[in-house]
Design a binder for this molecule. Structure first.
Ligand code: GLC
Length: 474
C-alpha cells in the first residue's frame, strides 16, 4: 500500500521534472503554456476550507433528510431501507438475485450453506432503446433474461426467493415495496417513477407465465454492498459506490430516523443516503466549475444529481474532455489543434483517465495510446502527455476528495471508533490511485481516535441481494 502511495507522488514529481527539462529546451513557450494550463485547472483543486465547508453542508443535508419536517425538501433524502437484520452466517438455501443499475444487468444464483457462499451469474446488456423506452419494455427484458438464466441453470421449475438490487432512488415502504422517486444515470423509462418497482417486476414475470419467483426484497446497490461487506466484517457500517453513479449507505440509530415507519424496537436501520443528489439545491455552487455546469446542461436530468456528476464514472471522462476542448480552443494545448472526435460529447471515456494515470513514472505509453489510437491524434508531444495527465489527475483527485469528505462526514456522525467502509464501483476498482487517495484524505478528515479501513466489496450488489433475501426468508 505504502508503495502505491510513494509511486503516486513520485509520478507527480516526474510530471513536473519532465516539464522542467522541456522548459530548459524551449523556455518561453512551454513554460507559459504549462503555467496557463495549471492556472486554468486551479478551480478543479479543492482547498482544505472548501472540503470543510462541503462536510458541514453535507452533514446538514443528511440531518434534513432524516428529519420529518425537512425531509420533503431535503436533497440528500436518507431513505430508510427496512434492512435492520444483518446476516449472521447461518443463512441457508438457494436464492436468486437481480442487479440492475449500471451499464449491465446481472442475474445470479446463490447457494448458501453455513458460512459458505457459492455463486453463478450471467451478465446481460440493457440496450439503449430499453433504457429510455417504457417501463413494461424494461421489465419484460429483465424477466426474459431471468427466464434465460434459469433455463441455463436448469432451475426453471423451482420456486425460488429473489432479492432485487435496483440501483435507483426508491422510497421504501417495506422490504418488498420500493417506489421509484426518479430515474438517474441515463435511464428514463416511462411510467415507472412514482410506482412500486417490485410490482412492475412481478407483473412482467406473470405476463410470461412460465416462472415461479417470490420477490422477497428490493434494495439499492449501496445497501447490498453494506450487507455483503458486513457479512465478512462486523465493523462495516458504511458503504460507498463510485461507479456509473455514486451513493452511500450507513447504519443509523432508528431513533435518529424520524421518517422510518418500520420496527422501532430494533435499534438500527440502514439508511440509503442518495448522496448523488447533494447540490441539487445549490449546496455545491461554491465548488462547481463551468465544466460541471456544461456536463449537467448536456445530461438528460439537468439540475439533478449534481454531486454525482462531479464524482462518478458516467461523467468524469466528459469533464476531462471539456477541459481538453477548452484548452485546445485557447491554443495552449495540442498546439491548438485536435481531431474532430475530441469535440464530440462522450468521446473521452472515464476509463481513459484510469489508463492514463496507470503509466509508470516518466512513461506516457498509455497516454499516447489513448490520444493516438482512441482519439485519432496524428502525433502528440511529450508535453501534451504531461498536460493531459495533469488534467486527468486534477479531476480524479477532486472526485476522490469529494468522496472522502462524504465518507468522513459519515464516519464522524456514527458512534463507532473502528469502522470498515465497503466500496464498490468501476471508478474505485479501476482507477490506479483512487483507493490511496481516499485513505490519505479520509485520514485527515476523521475525528481523533477513529480508525478505519476501506474494503473492496467483491460482488457486493449480487451477494447483498441474495443475503437480504436469505435473511428475509430466515
Ligand atoms: C445513482 C442512484 C443510486 C445508486 C447510485 C450508484 O446515484 O440514484 O440509487 O446507488 O447511482 O449506483
Amino acid at each position: 500500500m505504502a508503495n502505491r502511495f510513494r509511486s503516486f507522488w513520485s509520478n507527480f514529481k516526474t510530471v513536473y521534472d519532465v516539464n522542467n527539462e522541456l522548459n530548459f529546451n524551449n523556455k518561453k513557450k512551454v513554460k507559459s503554456h504549462h503555467q496557463q494550463i495549471r492556472e486554468h485547472c486551479q478551480n478543479l483543486i479543492l482547498t482544505d476550507d472548501q472540503v470543510q465547508e462541503y462536510m458541514s453542508r453535507f452533514l446538514n443535508c443528511i440531518k434534513d433528510g432524516l428529519r420529518l419536517s425537512t425531509h420533503k425538501y431535503a436533497t440528500v433524502k436518507c431513505f430508510p431501507t427496512y434492512v435492520q437484520d444483518l446476516p449472521n452466517g447461518k443463512e441457508k438455501g438457494k436464492f436468486l438475485a437481480l442487479d440492475l443499475g449500471g451499464t449491465n444487468f446481472r442475474v445470479l444464483i446463490v447457494n448458501l450453506a453455513e458460512n459458505k457462499f457459492d455463486m453463478n451469474s450471467k451478465i446481460y446488456a440493457v440496450p439503449q432503446a430499453i433504457m429510455v423506452g417504457t417501463g413494461e419494455q424494461l421489465f419484460d427484458h429483465i424477466a426474459s433474461c431471468l427466464a434465460d438464466f434459469m433455463a441455463e441453470q436448469h432451475i426453471s421449475n423451482e420456486t425460488l426467493p429473489l432479492g432485487f438490487t435496483f440501483s435507483f432512488p426508491c422510497i421504501q415502504e417495506g422490504l418488498t415495496k420500493g417506489i421509484l422517486k426518479q430515474w438517474t444515470k441515463g435511464f428514463d423509462c416511462s411510467g415507472v417513477a412514482g410506482h412500486d418497482v417490485v410490482q412492475f417486476l412481478k407483473e412482467a414475470i406473470n405476463r410470461r407465465g412460465d416462472l415461479n419467483i417470490e420477490v422477497v426484497a428490493i434494495l439499492n446497490d449501496a445497501t447490498s454492498t453494506l450487507v455483503s461487506c458486513s457479512y465478512q466484517r462486523h465493523d462495516c457500517f458504511i458503504s460507498v459506490i463510485v461507479g456509473t453513479g455514486s451513493n452511500a449507505c450507513y447504519v443509523e440509530q432508528t431513533k435518529n430516523c424520524e421518517t422510518f415507519n418500520g420496527d422501532r424496537n430494533k435499534p438500527l436501520v440502514i439508511i440509503n443516503c442518495e448522496w448523488g443528489a447533494f447540490g441539487d439545491n445549490h449546496e455545491l455552487e461554491f465548488i462547481r466549475t463551468e465544466y460541471d455546469v456544461e456536463v449537467d446542461q448536456n445530461s438528460i436530468n439537468t439540475g439533478r444529481q449534481l454531486h454525482e456528476k462531479m464524482v462518478s464514472g458516467m461523467y468524469l471522462g466528459e469533464i476531462v474532455r471539456l477541459v481538453l476542448v477548452k484548452l485546445t480552443k485557447e491554443k495552449i494545448l495540442f498546439d491548438g489543434k485536435a481531431p474532430d472526435i475530441l469535440f464530440k460529447s462522450g468521446s473521452f471515456k472515464t476509463k481513459y483517465i484510469s489508463e492514463i494515470e496507470s503509466d509508470k513514472v516518466g512513461v506516457y505509453s498509455q497516454c499516447k495510446n489513448v490520444l493516438l489510437n482512441k482519439l485519432n491524434f496524428d502525433q502528440v508531444s511529450e508535453q501534451d502527455c504531461v498536460d493531459v495527465r495533469y488534467i486527468c489527475e486534477c479531476i480524479s483527485r477532486r472526485a476522490a476528495h469529494l468522496i472522502s469528505a462524504g465518507v468522513a462526514t459519515l464516519i464522524n456522525k456514527i458512534p463507532y471508533n473502528r469502522v470498515t467502509v465497503g466500496v464498490d464501483g468501476s471508478v474505485y476498482r479501476f482507477h490506479p490511485h483512487f483507493h490511496n487517495l481516499l485513505v490519505e484524505k479520509i485520514k485527515c478528515l476523521v475525528k481523533p481516535g477513529v480508525t478505519f479501513d476501506i474494503m473492496l466489496s467483491e460482488d457486493g450488489s449480487g451477494r447483498g441481494a441474495a443475503l437480504v433475501a436469505a435473511v428475509a426468508s430466515r
